[in-house]
Design a protein around this ligand. Structure first.
Ligand SMILES: CC(=O)SCCNC(=O)CCNC(=O)[C@H](O)C(C)(C)COP(=O)(O)OP(=O)(O)OC[C@H]1O[C@@H](n2cnc3c(N)ncnc32)[C@H](O)[C@@H]1OP(=O)(O)O
Length: 400
């Protein structure tokens, strides 16, 4: 329960310096408070401050985005970010007040999905966010590895160009590709400046970005220079075709003077199956997007499904109680309808479990084994698990 001395409101221009200061202190960062680029993506009418009297002690914001869902539709989604509370004011319910204000606001305006990247794993389930809605793989691999016989590399020219030349081309490619990749987000003008920020303080001791264009894709990377053997740190590898993917990976693997490539990428990045020795590619997993279904009856019909099902889900959602209760999910020909019902439940679960499963990243059958999903009618969890699966692992390539 929030302390009664606390109030919450959206911010105005005059709040911005203090908003940034609180956020920078909370994240233990020297540079966030100076970051004017970041401010340009902030939507002031969706950024909240919590005040204790007239002292600003809490910050949180929502960015208006679309996320590609299974089947290829673009779903409106609120990207929750900069949740912070001043040290000394924590564990009084400030973050909970901001979470509630955001989610109840999204419900009122009809935004069906919320999502975030969590700074710590123990915080967000209580607000209904499901972990591992998308996963990320940290890949490290030596350069010069041969491809498996049969992996074709074309003679398409790959050109290293300036940032100015690259950006317009990259924007067009990204816009086409993100509409086909489950978990990818829309970008606004300033997203590009934030995602590819390239001042000295953004580089973490690495080089400036290198931009390389292929006729059907692009790659952006930094270099960690070493006189013996440099490392390539790939930021984005975005391709419209599998051919461009093979060509650009080959280009990186053959880079003279480079000894290693690292890349935060999709869990199912095909490179493991392209090289002749997959064990040389070291893959570590991490959670990426946490997804919150704001309104079940709006969110579930947005995506398409791999098989027909007809199941009654009993959903528990104390934070957004309009979702609680029994819902009949009927999928025919890939399309879902969701209606309230008084029929007995086939499956019970909480809203966070449904959020984990929504993009197809976590199977409900795994959540059943984790004691997070209860099956009342045999066969329904397996049927739902198959229906929710997509053809690829969902992936979100950007932290917001
Ligand atoms: C999407 C993003 O922006 S991720 C970034 C999150 N922010 C940060 O990590 C910055 C540093 N941390 C902070 O600013 C704060 O500690 C916050 C925002 C994480 C939490 O703020 P608080 O106001 O203290 O949270 P609040 O008092 O509402 O806590 C609600 C519940 O979460 C729990 N909780 C809060 N923080 C944590 C944590 N780090 N780990 C585990 N549990 C936590 C509380 O114990 C409380 O539990 P309860 O409901 O069982 O009583």
């Amino acid at each position: 329960m929030a302390d009664s001395a606390l109030s919450i409101r959206t911010i105005t221009d005059s709040d911005v310096p203090e908003f940034q200061r609180v956020m920078a202190w909370a994240f233990l960062s020297d540079t966030m408070g100076e970051d004017s680029k970041w401010l340009k993506v902030l939507e002031k009418d969706r950024a909240h401050a919590v005040l204790d009297g007239d002292e600003l002690i809490g910050t949180a914001a929502v960015l208006t985005r679309e996320i590609t869902v299974p089947g290829g539709r673009q779903a409106p989604a609120g990207a929750v970010t900069v949740v912070s509370v001043k040290p000394g004011h924590r564990r009084r319910g400030v973050a909970s007040l901001m979470m509630k204000t955001q989610l109840h606001g999204m419900h009122e305006t009809g935004e069906p999905i919320a999502m975030l990247w969590a700074s710590e794993g123990g915080i967000y389930r209580r607000y209904g966010y499901g972990e591992y809605a998308t996963s990320i793989a940290m890949l490290k691999m030596p350069t010069r590895m041969a491809f498996h016989p049969g992996v074709h590399v074309s003679d398409a020219r790959i050109r290293q160009v300036s940032r100015e030349e690259a950006l317009p081309v990259m924007r067009e490619i990204h816009e086409r590709v993100r509409c086909t990749r489950v978990g990818w987000l829309s970008r606004v003008e300033h997203t590009w400046n934030v995602q590819l920020a390239d001042r000295e303080i953004d580089r973490g001791g690495l080089s400036s970005y290198r931009y390389c264009l292929h006729p059907e894709g692009y790659v952006v990377f930094r270099v960690k220079a070493d006189s013996g053997s440099s490392e390539l740190h790939v930021r984005e590898l975005v391709c419209e075709t599998d051919q461009a993917y093979a060509d650009l990976y080959r280009f990186l693997l053959d880079m003279d003077l480079a000894g290693e490539i690292s890349f935060y990428t999709a869990w199912d990045d095909p490179i493991l199956h392209m090289v002749d020795n997959p064990r040389k590619v070291v893959r570590e997993a991490g959670d990426a997007l946490w997804l919150r279904i704001v309104d079940i009856d709006r969110a579930l019909p947005l995506r398409s499904y791999s098989s027909d099902v007809d199941s009654v889900l009993e959903v528990e959602d104390s934070f957004c109680p309009w979702n609680s209760g029994r819902w009949r999910l009927t999928v025919k020909g890939g399309e879902a309808t969701v209606t309230r019902t008084e029929d007995p439940a086939d499956v019970s679960l909480d809203i966070a479990a449904l959020g984990s499963a929504f993009l197809g990243g976590v199977r409900l059958s795994v959540l059943r084994r984790a004691h997070r999903v209860v099956e009342h009618t045999p066969g329904h969890v397996d049927a739902l698990s198959i229906a929710f699966l997509g053809t690829r692992e969902p992936h979100c390539p950007e932290v917001f």
